[in-house]
Design a protein around this ligand. Sequence first.
Ligand code: CA
Length: 232
Amino acid sequence: MSESKARVLLVEDELALADALVLSLKKMGFECSWAKTLREARELIVTESPRILVLDRQLPDGDGLDLLKDLRFRRLKVLVLSSKSSAEERIKGLERGADDYLPKPFHWDELKARLNALLRRKSEEVGGEFWSDESESPKLWQLDPDRLQVFTYQGWVVLTPLEFKFLSYVLQKPGTILSKDRLLREVWGFSLLPKTRTVDYLITQIRKRIEVEPESPKHLLTVRGAGVKFLI
Ligand code: CA
């Protein structure tokens, strides 16, 4: 009965509908998480590894389909649930990477049947082995030294050697405030400390690569007057 335990991430900003959907999805036997925005969805996709996404399109921070370009690297099935119901919109959704497209208003039994069909399709495609190799799916902030890349909310991101060294260092000490002097010694290998903006410059570059919103970072943080810390 592994099907009945699959986790669904619902992306829906209409509260009443979301409430009803969460309740129904749970009744259908799915585990269910709920995101109200694309931003929340990006985070939950990484932290909760859902197997199916039920995706609204008209969301406060964009078109749900925008999520699909970030998801190409992931093995995740997507059912779009949208009031944009014309054939043109449905085709657009499928062409952008959705696996199924159900127009609103929808029938609950049809939603259930389509979700179960998606789950079946997935295990057939890979001969039933798909679900057993979870160890292969990367974890957030996983480092790949061979390719100088890190796994972020946007998938694998390639870094420069210095960026990689810096990130590896701060990831070993999550939550610890690291002074700029210490970073210059440990990451750059300086013994005489230059008065430069070297650290700040690198931090800005890394934020552009790893943060969802580099202007208001949530992970690589500056602690005024003290240094830098990384929150996982
Ligand atoms: Ca909406």
